[in-house]
Design a protein around this ligand. Structure first.
Ligand SMILES: C[S@@+](CC[C@H](N)C(=O)[O-])C[C@H]1O[C@@H](n2cnc3c(N)ncnc32)[C@H](O)[C@@H]1O
Length: 316
């Protein structure tokens, strides 16, 4: 495996981070093995009870007192050990990287919501939303990929999720159909397909596959997915846009496109992790100051994967 990033990728990260020490840390953390993290499935067991059970075999940490369901397994594990435990088989926890838990903490869906999860498979965030919504309200979990939908479906079953309707559509087509039916969602999660620059730690192949043409192609798809989603969001409703990449073309430039075309505002997000504000300038393009409210998560800041989140409110 070639661990070296392509020169253009390196150059772009240097433009985003600017500080030499920070850039050095970015590459060190991007190649470090990930911490093993799980999310307690509160539909089936309390964090306290799960911790008691897991502590019989592993060292368990709860890094965020206000979110006891987020746990780190701080023991040396055998390959596949987390997935083979009795508690995992019973659906008492979901194996999920910490940064990937942030979108639902930011969106805060409630038992009153109709939530559309536009790109849902394999269901990390759908199952998280279900737990937060206490299996009430309604979730439409959509994905275009049938193979991934079957994993989504078995994850939902294992986690005991019973407020979810699964659909298989291109997200743009689904939103157009729902719009014709005058359907309105109160919350939307647009966790869109992306170039995965934040995922190097779990997938080193990202370095090899990195390509600016792919970023530009994804950017066009993301713009369409996010715009179609806003069409079915009710006024006053909220959409959380997220990616696991650092490329501004897939993040702030998508949000700028939405700001240019819809009556929306960007909402502040409070998370238990260190985040950095979204950027307001990229390659000569000046962007809205509101983008400061978007959140960038870099691997070196919290020893996690990289992520981007932006919470958008549709105005009346
Ligand atoms: C980042 S992953 C989603 C991860 C998921 N939200 C989770 O937390 O487990 C992006 C997903 O988008 C799906 N996808 C790609 N293009 C799509 C489209 N046009 N419409 C709907 N889903 C799409 C992919 O199949 C993939 O499952």
């Amino acid at each position: 495996m070639d661990y070296r990033p392509k020169p253009l990728f390196k150059e772009r990260i240097e433009k985003l981070l600017t500080d030499r020490n920070d850039i050095k840390k970015f590459w060190i953390f991007s190649k470090k093995p990930l911490l093993r993290t799980i999310r307690c499935n509160t539909l089936k067991i309390s964090p306290q009870e799960l911790k008691k059970r897991l502590e019989k075999k592993w060292k368990i940490k709860q890094p965020f007192p206000e979110y006891p369901e987020i746990m780190q397994v701080a023991s040396n594990l055998l390959p596949g050990e987390l997935g083979k435990s009795r508690e995992h088989i019973l659906g008492y926890y979901y194996i999920q990287e910490t940064a990937s838990m942030m979108p639902i903490l930011a969106l805060k869906p409630s038992s009153q919501d109709i939530l559309v999860d536009l790109c849902a498979a394999p269901g990390s965030k759908t199952t998280h939303a279900c737990a937060v919504m206490e299996n009430k309200g309604t979730i439409i979990a959509n994905d275009v990929n049938l193979g991934r939908i079957s994993i989504l479906s078995s994850n939902l079953e294992k986690q005991g999720c019973s407020n979810v309707i699964i659909t298989r559509h291109d997200g743009i087509v689904l939103c157009n159909k729902l719009k014709k039916l005058k359907f309105q969602a109160s919350k939307i999660l647009a966790d869109v397909p992306c170039s995965g620059e934040g995922n190097i730690r779990s997938n080193l192949a990202t370095l090899k596959m990195w390509n600016i043409k792919v970023i530009n192609k994804l950017s066009r798809i993301q713009k369409k997915l996010a715009s179609s989603a806003l069409e079915i969001l009710r006024p006053g409703g909220e959409m959380l846009y997220s990616t696991c990449t650092h490329a501004p073309e897939e993040n702030e430039l998508i949000i700028q496109h939405l700001l240019n075309n819809f009556n929306i505002k960007i909402e502040p997000i409070t998370l238990p992790l260190k985040t950095r504000p979204g950027i307001t300038e990229w390659e000569g393009q000046i962007l809205s100051k509101e983008l400061n409210r978007a959140c960038r998560i870099y691997p070196q800041d919290n020893d996690t994967e990289g992520f981007f989140l932006c919470k958008i409110k549709k105005l009346e």
